[in-house]
Design a protein around this ligand. Sequence first.
Ligand code: AMP
Length: 452
Amino acid sequence: MTFDQLGLHEAVLKAVSEQGYTEPTPIQGAAIPVVLAGGDVIGIAQTGTGKTAAFTLPLLTRLAKSKAARGAVRALVLAPTRELVVQIHENVAAYSRHLPLSVATVYGGVGERSQIAALRAGCDLLVATPGRLLDLASQGHGDFRDLEVLVLDEADRMLDMGFLPSIRRIVRALPRDRQTLMFSATLSKEIEQLTSEFQKSPKLVEVGRRSNPAETVEQSLYECPHNLKQAMLTHLLAQPGWDSVLVFSRTKHGADRICRKLAKSGVEAMAIHANRSQSQRQRALESFRSGQARVLVATDIASRGIDVDGITHVVNFDFPDQLEDYVHRIGRTGRAKATGKAVTFITSEDKQELRRLERMVGKALPPLTRPEGFDYEAATREAFSQKSEDTAPRQQRHMRGPGHGRRELEQQQKQQEPPRKPGQWHGGRPQGGASGGGGGFLARRSAGRGRR
Ligand code: AMP
């Protein structure tokens, strides 16, 4: 199949070919004709499959056919994180470069002024995070009364982040007669519920089996006690071909700690997580994209929207809290048609979750192995001696040394593995979204149509 068979606008086709895309990816081939036909679509596709172009190319084709009324927003894309918003905006800018369409973004963590000005001016396409959009809309900014198309990108993630109330309030203010496209990595009960709430007889476009990790990614599971994780990472980073590596940490502090330790061993690494400002996050991404930093350490939330081509390896330093994140994480490598590798460190406590993960993806993952050339005993000794240096009183230090007290080493190793709190896997979902917004301003405006 080629792009010109899909019915896209000529100017869009030109931009696509300038991007170097020669043929549509499966989700593009399946979704573009359905979106162009004007119906609602639920697209089940993991990140890295080309899903952004799957909805933006037909969307731009539709928008190119008529012109916006001044001051109004014609199409709205909601996405869970600012990184993803920036990313979608970059793609849209590339695909619409030969079209006279205006595109604006709205997301938190930066000043509101330019965003308010953009909403006042109106735009053909707005890409936004729900929290900031609701904030601004509640202050009376943005005219959505003639909105033609709504896209919910990474809808599963927006639910996880607690955005549902904000999304509901935004959607209530939109015309009922609109096209709604929803994309999600998995088709869960919650997503099906969302579909019935926001869509009209949607067509399901599913690429690959549900919840299955991207097939281009080669996965390995390495047995790794907590206290050997850093040593194992350093060992892997010394192997040939580990050129662009994304490491996942469960916590923000953990991400910083991994970075600090990598820096000590001479590896350039940057961290990206919610405690970093927007400009720090952008800098970290740029540095990683340009190859200046070989390693990017991220938490799950912050990793959304990281679109860097050519990531050779993903390392799950910590097992994901939410099983669905496994799919998102490993989808960061092996994007489009490239192949990639994903490595997961498995502690004794992760084994039960691992079995649940296998049930979720519907097949057995590769067996637990040990990385080639990694000396567990030497690494344990090293970890023990480092720990002793950090904590032991001076007079005890002379007792350390190769071969000293194996049982003690094992004991120490056990003690260093902090037990996970009960319910930690599934509790504590990050809260995002609905900041402020008092009193349904959006709903009032949509009912009253007062401002024109
Ligand atoms: P996405 O799944 O939207 O995050 O896209 C993943 C990557 O695939 C992005 O870097 C896109 O630029 C790239 N891409 C999208 N469509 C195609 C295509 N038809 N051929 C080659 N690369 C593509």
